[in-house]
Design a binder for this molecule. Structure first.
Ligand code: GAL
Length: 712
């Protein structure tokens, strides 16, 4: 396994390793040592080349302060190596041991109700704590030095799913660290007061020592500037916590690759120091869990969305944990992947940018908070269908990997994504509107179903490979991005700008000029003179979308609003569509054409969607938010006009398709996500790398079947 220095972050970046990492997270400390050799042999027989170990083993590595013991993992690493399995180790900082929380209780997190975390689970310690950071550096250094010359240890994972259980803390040490962050950011208290709007509700401070943490609704609303800076601080603190570990590991052995496995994606700025520090990013993929939590419409579509979001931060990635079977913690359980589906889900990850994958986990634990979280081997130590599928997947990878590595995922439609400030800015003041991601997910799902190559990309990235770039109402549009998107349009691209884009500056102040701010307004040829709410289709009232989970005290009011039943529609291409969430009234320039107009109430006749030709391309402005019907209408008009076509025409329902490509080759992944066979037509003349068979135009895929079609 050889590592090259990583290229700069980009959605088009491929992995900097010369092999596909394939294996499992493994916990030798959970079973009797008599299992170890059999485990290693079975891994070898499955075709694995790596395990990940140690993320929750601080108590074993340092049984009491300053006393280290590497014995157990040394022996486990050796036995695995005998069978050709390399090891990825983890810094074990997600679970500080009891001696640490006893001796240094100040490292424990404090929640928004002032409750100090207790020992007994994980992520109980506060990554903003300087005391925790000191211990994190100590254990990292001890591990790094011990494994410096071990040829079987090939890389490291930092911590485990940072910020997934909880990302916030309201401890005294967190307040101190926040104030230091602000001193550094603003230098003078006047600048902070200006940024947060201190003259509103007398929230100004006399000096930095007075600044408080933004406790939600204690008792009423906070300034968006205050909240935004708290999340910027948390992201910076998370990156700094990780940076300590990365620095030590890099100084010790530069051949090691370093990544982090992400879960919930809270308070992490991937395109900032956090992502720049790593060789690549790892994302844990649990499609059934996220689908049911977030209700995003089917676990295959949810997985695709999650993978495409992940890729936008730093390009191709690895999946350090991919669901294998039923998953559970004491309060929930997920659905079980059906026979064939575990392999299909793994291939879906590869199809959307995974250049390495580990099935979670080798075997389930017999004790602890995840006793029913299944692995490849069952509780009775017998390998059954999940092991067989993992082995089949390993066979798939051995057939495709030489062609796969070095390819990136094609995108015709890029959705602006991966911007920490915009994601947080929405949350500071959501007013019941969909988040940029809620809005983008509608376009993404449409493209997913239609087989259109779609994904997420930051405006600072290389846009030249796209046909269409959609900005889903990013309230903080940085005008420095405008020349990049202008060049994209002048060269023939289609830019679509969503309502509310560019309404606030970096402090969450509303601009003193009309949105979307002068440079972008000139490009779009529109200025927003008024905006207002459109009541929900079901007529529910003001607080229907109220985020009660954020600790707010006003209950959702499900009474119909006073304008319930009123229809707000627009007309596009002779078709009437009901609009949702928001309208804007636009002032338009003389070279701007209306693609759609408002059809009813006082906005009647005013443009609802505009288009302006710029160079070889055009800019489309949406004076509203997306809805399912509007996405469809836009696909038939704007996307079709931009030359966007499905990767495969007449794609049957339940088949997903993506293209991974390099200059000299194309790999078309065609995956049946259903439990019944599918006939697929309009395929390119190609070879299916999974079977070695020629494909001349059509193919039948069995239930959960897959093909990887290779052509030049
Ligand atoms: C991940 C986590 C693992 C395990 C798994 C299943 O989020 O990294 O340690 O908990 O979920 O719950």
């Amino acid at each position: 396994m050889k590592r090259r220095p990583p290229a700069p972050l980009s959605v088009w970046r491929t992995l900097n390793l010369d092999d596909f990492l394939l294996g499992v997270p493994h916990y030798p400390e959970h079973v009797d040592e008599s299992y170890w050799r059999r485990d290693a042999e079975r891994m070898r027989d499955a075709g694995f080349n790596v395990v990940r170990m140690g993320e929750f083993a601080w108590h074993l590595w340092e049984p009491y302060e300053g006393k280290f013991d590497f014995d157990l993992f040394d022996r486990a690493i050796d036995i695995l190596a005998d069978c050709g399995i390399k090891t990825i180790l983890c810094t074990p900082t997600a679970t500080p041991p009891r001696w640490l929380t006893m001796n240094y209780p100040e490292v424990l997190r404090v929640d928004r109700n002032g409750r100090r975390a207790s020992h007994g689970s994980r992520q109980h310690a506060d990554t903003t704590s300087p005391v925790l950071r000191e211990h994190s550096r100590r254990i990292t250094r001890a591990l790094a030095e011990h494994y410096r010359d071990n040829p079987h240890v090939v890389g490291w994972q930092t911590d485990n799913e940072l910020n997934t259980t909880v990302s916030e803390s309201y401890s005294e040490s967190c307040a101190l660290a926040f104030r230091n962050y602000l001193r550094h950011r603003y230098q003078t208290i006047d600048k902070l007061n200006f940024a947060w709007g201190g003259d509103f509700w007398a929230t100004a401070y006399d000096n930095f020592d007075q600044v408080v943490l933004p406790l939600p609704m204690a008792p009423s609303y906070l300034s968006p500037g205050h909240v935004q800076d708290y999340h910027r601080f948390l992201a910076q603190a998370t990156a700094a916590f990780q940076h300590d570990q990365v620095r030590i590991l890099r100084e010790t052995n530069e051949a090691w690759f370093i990544f982090h496995n992400l879960g919930n994606l809270a308070d992490i700025d991937f395109r900032g120091e956090f992502g720049q520090d790593l060789d690549f990013i790892g994302f844990d993929i649990y499609p059934m869990l996220y689908d049911e939590f977030r209700r995003t419409g089917g676990h295959a579509a949810t997985q695709a969305l999650q993978l495409d979001i992940c890729r936008s931060y730093a390009g191709n990635f690895i999946v350090p944990e991919q669901a294998s079977g039923l998953g559970s913690q004491p309060s929930f359980t997920t659905m079980t992947p059906e026979p064939g589906e575990m392999r299909r889900m793994a291939l879906s990850s590869v199809a959307r940018g995974a250049d390495g994958l580990m099935f979670f986990r080798w075997r389930p634990a017999h004790f602890g908070a995840e006793i029913y979280w299944m692995g490849l081997i069952d509780h009775d130590d017998v390998p059954r269908r999940r092991y067989a599928e993992a082995k089949q997947f390993a066979g798939d990878i051995s057939r495709i990997k030489d062609q796969l590595l070095g390819t990136s995922v094609a995108m015709d439609v890029g959705i602006a994504g991966g911007d920490f400030d915009n994601q947080e800015a929405h949350k500071t003041y959501p007013i019941g509107l969909p988040s940029p991601m809620d809005d983008a997910a509608l376009l993404h799902r449409h493209c997913y179903k239609a087989g259109i190559a779609c994904g997420f990309i930051h405006p600072e990235d290389d846009l030249s490979r796209l046909k269409v770039f959609y900005i889903p109402h990013w309230v903080m549009w940085d005008q420095a991005w405008t020349p990049k998107v202008r060049a994209f349009v002048e060269n023939g691209g289609t830019l679509i700008v969503g309502a509310m884009t560019g309404t606030r500056d970096a402090n969450n102040h509303i601009l003193r000029e009309l949105a979307p701010g002068s440079a972008l307004a000139d490009l779009c040829g529109v200025r927003v003179e008024e905006f207002g709410r459109l009541t929900a289709k079901d007529g529910a009232g003001l607080f229907q979308r109220f985020p009660i989970d954020q600790g707010l005290f006003i209950p959702p009011n499900l009474l119909p609003s006073s304008s319930a039943g009123r229809k707000y529609s627009l007309e596009i291409g002779g078709r009437e569509i009901e609009a949702e969430h928001l309208y804007e009234l636009l002032e338009t320039g003389s070279d701007v054409e209306a693609l759609a107009t408002w059809k009813a109430w006082f906005a009647k006749g005013r443009p609802a969607i505009t288009s302006r030709r710029v160079g070889k391309g055009r800019v489309v402005y949406l004076a509203t938010y997306l809805g399912e019907e509007l996405v469809e209408a836009l696909t038939q008009t704007v996307l079709a006009d931009a030359g966007v076509e499905p990767l495969i025409r007449d794609l049957p329902e339940g088949v997903e398709v993506t293209l991974r490509q390099a200059e000299d080759r194309k790999l078309l992944f065609v995956l049946n996500v259903t439990d019944t066979p599918r006939q697929i037509v309009n395929l390119p003349a190609s070879i299916d790398l999974l079977t070695g068979q020629r494909v001349d135009g059509s193919l039948e895929l069995a239930e959960y079947g897959a093909a990887v079609l290779s052509y030049a």
